[in-house]
Design a binder for this molecule. Structure first.
Ligand code: URA
Length: 261
């Protein structure tokens, strides 16, 4: 078959469709990205063919993530598996895999969205401005990183801190679910809409979800009680909403107190 070359506009459109919206190096990709041995086609295909190739690659990557997770029994094994996983293109632009922090035996799990620039540089979740606010919020209800475990729905930073794509969340979700199983928390406190939508499998707004208890079904048959609230980055931009986040944290504190009798 004769190879047909694309115009620069078409190539850029293809990259945009694939979620690449920022350049972060001197060199372009030397070859099309490969997702679990399935090369994502670039040259000689229409944008529509390329996106259907991408959808297929995403399915393959999701399946591969699920298979990997089914064989994993410890958090450290999971960390290594995530670090070695090649099925999410975000890894190509990230400096570090940001897996989790805090106490793996904690009763409370905090889940955020994705690493930002500081987290990507250091390799630990919530260490930048949002993280400092989160530490203060937790301290205000008597919690610290010794009492809780913290992770994100994505272990790699989306370029320019853009909102994660559905495909990226779908590929990484099996890892998050396994992480939840292995930490086995009684309570999950979710930070922000995109994490809440992914964990609770809903499209509801955070304003509607916050302040209410939900349940999350773990694969061990047990449930975790879930609260969702505003993301600290949003609170930094919108300090007028801090009172609501405070009341959500108090709700969690109350439940922990009740449990301790
Ligand atoms: N925002 C997040 O959602 N997670 C981090 O780790 C940092 C900022």
């Amino acid at each position: 078959m004769e190879e047909q070359s694309l115009t620069i506009d078409q190539i850029l459109e293809w990259y945009l469709c694939a979620g690449v919206d920022e350049t972060c190096g001197e060199k372009p990709f030397a070859a099309p990205p490969v997702v679990d041995s399935v090369p994502v086609p670039v040259i000689g295909l229409s944008v529509r063919q390329a996106t259907s190739g991408l959808a297929q690659a995403v399915n393959t990557a999701c399946q591969s993530a699920r298979e990997i997770c089914s064989k994993i029994n410890t958090l450290e094994e999971l960390r290594t598996a995530v670090e070695n996983f090649e099925g999410c293109a975000l890894k190509m632009t990230a400096a570090h895999t940001v897996f989790g922090d805090g106490n793996p035996q904690a009763k409370v799990l905090f889940i955020g969205e994705a690493p930002g620039a500081d987290e990507d540089r250091i390799g630990v979740p919530f260490v930048g401005r949002s993280g400092h606010l989160l530490d203060k919020m937790m301290a205000a209800v008597g919690l610290s990183r010794k009492d809780v475990y913290i992770c994100n729905i994505l272990p790699w930073r989306p370029p320019g801190n853009r909102t994660p794509l559905d495909s990226e969340v779908a590929v990484c979700l099996p890892f998050l679910k396994r992480q939840i199983d292995l930490v086995d928390p009684d309570y999950i406190f979710i930070l922000g809409a995109s994490a809440a939508n992914s964990v609770l499998n809903t499209a509801e707004t955070i304003s509607k979800m916050r302040g209410k208890w939900f349940e999350y079904q773990k694969t061990n048959g047990k449930k975790a009680f879930v609260l969702a609230s505003f993301h600290p980055a949003y609170l930094l931009r919108t300090p007028g909403q801090k009172a609501k986040a405070w009341s959500d944290l108090l709700r969690l504190r109350q439940r922990l107190n009740d449990e301790n009798g």
